[in-house]
Design a protein around this ligand. Structure first.
Ligand code: PEP
Ligand code: CO
Length: 454
């Protein structure tokens, strides 16, 4: 069903179906899709309403300027690159970044992965040309395969279930790693990846880890018994993804038995992308009714009026932490485009979390033909973001980055100086270029300094 409706109708997990659909794959077999969605609706929740409410409270602390949000992970998770080692290494880098921010800036860090559900991608064009042949675009492993053949690009609803099961296995491992001793601060040295340890960022991390060790020993020597202190031994780690495929998200949306409220149990935090943030569109309709914390990307075309309308739609009750606005304006334009957005939202009284995605506004195709980003542009956008918030008296509350724990060569620059000619050595991303582990650590050091300058 589609077409514009004239009167607002009561929200249900399916009320978005009355609105124009943005960025949905053309599923060739509707009956097969409905069968799969019916099956998904019976599968257990991946996350629980109580966890979601805890995250909402922590993001409320971020909105008030008392904590910092680190949201990081893959651009697109993949069915092929799926292993315990890859999950562990990604988690290690995120934990390293978080501990550098906490230690360097004295700030609690709310850790949210782009992980365990980040499988569906919006695309600028429905088709792409591969060697002169026009093929349907790749839309993420949850929809079709990146392999450039017509058969592989056909959307297959069975992939929704495969993504669910991979998310479930990923979450199981993340829960074990974060609660079972691996994320214990006494293990901080072990988070440094072998190939990073000898790099400049790796050595700086070792120095910070020594400092943390000393602080723990100092407290023990003073008689502070930390053995039962769970924040030292365990980490709260949350999941997030772009809520793109609304049929699947609706199937995962359940009523909480404690509060009676609706929660999308496919992930803790859900966001709409820059291509699906239309105020009267189906994605905002869906997110408006779930109790999860939600986010919207804001790209260079976002107007202050649109930003305020998104706030009114997703955060009518002005709840701190309910809504995060993730700006991705580009290093060259952040100083010009961010202030009007921040002023308008602040004047409208919405207590949002402001986060900076310094990746998606700085992508270009290099001479070698690889889609890439310059580390220096990434950091320039982050510095611009902090400068704008400082000058307006608002709080730069978060960082949103695409990274991996592998030693990939996808983004240019950094202390190891990756050049265009190096990109082909290990260019493995399914879509967007990611920071490698050393670049991610360098980024965290610089952000910690900016936060300290608060
Ligand atoms: C993304 O986060 O991978 C993405 C596609 O971002 P945006 O919606 O900001 O373009
Ligand atoms: Co991306």
């Amino acid at each position: 069903m589609s077409g514009l409706r004239t009167e607002p109708v009561a929200w249900t997990p399916g009320s978005w179906r009355a609105l124009p659909a943005a960025q949905q794959p053309g599923w060739p077999d509707e009956a097969a899709l409905d069968r799969v969605l019916g099956e998904a609706a019976k599968l257990p929740p991946l996350v629980f309403a109580g966890e979601v409410r805890t995250l909402l409270g922590m993001l409320g602390r971020v909105a008030e300027g008392h904590a910092f949000l680190l949201q990081a992970g893959d651009c697109a998770e993949s069915f092929d690159v799926f292993s315990a080692d890859a999950i562990r290494d990604k988690l290690k880098v995120i934990l390293q970044m978080a501990v550098l921010l906490t230690y360097g800036a004295g700030m609690p860090v709310v850790k949210v992965g782009r992980i365990a559900g980040q499988f569906a991608k919006p695309r600028s064009a429905d088709v792409e040309l591969v060697d002169g042949v026009e093929l349907p675009s790749y839309r993420g492993d949850m929809v079709n395969s990146a392999e450039p053949t017509r058969a592989a690009r056909r959307p297959d609803p069975e992939r929704l279930l495969r993504a669910y099961h991979q998310s479930s296995a990923t979450l199981n491992l993340l829960r074990a790693f974060t609660k079972g001793g691996f994320a214990d601060l006494n293990q901080v040295h072990n988070w440094n990846l072998e190939f990073v340890a000898s790099s400049r960022a790796g050595r700086r991390f070792e120095a910070a880890a020594d400092g943390i060790d000393r602080a723990l020993r100092f407290m023990a020597a003073c008689g502070v018994d930390l053995s039962g202190t769970s924040p030292i031994h365990q980490v709260d780690f949350y999941t997030s993804h772009e809520a793109l495929l609304l049929g699947f998200e609706a199937a995962m949306t359940r009523r909480d038995s404690l509060t009676g409220g609706w929660y999308d149990t496919s992930g803790h935090l859900l966001w709409v992308g820059d291509r699906t943030r239309q105020v009267d569109g189906d994605h905002l309709e869906f997110l408006s009714g779930v109790g999860n914390p939600v986010a919207s990307k804001l790209g260079p075309s976002a107007t202050p009026e649109q930003a305020v309308a998104i706030c009114a739609r997703l955060d009518p009750n002005r709840v701190p932490g309910r809504l995060t606005l993730i700006t991705r304006l580009g290093a060259d334009r952040v100083s010009e485009l961010l202030p009007p957005l921040v002023r308008a939202v602040t004047d409208a009284g919405h207590p949002v979390v402001w986060a900076c995605d310094p990746m998606h506004g700085n992508t270009f195709v290099g001479p070698s033909g690889h889609k890439t980003r310059r580390f220096e542009d990434v950091m320039r956008e982050v510095r611009g973001f902090f400068a704008v918030h400082r000058s307006l008296g608002t709080y730069p509350g978060g960082l949103h980055v695409e990274l991996t724990g592998e030693a990939v060569t996808e983004c240019l620059g950094g202390a190891e100086e990756i050049l265009d000619g190096h990109l082909e050595r290990r260019y493995e991303t399914a879509l967007d270029p990611r920071l490698n582990a050393s670049q991610a650590l360098e980024c965290a050091f610089q952000v910690a300094e900016l936060l300290r300058g608060a």
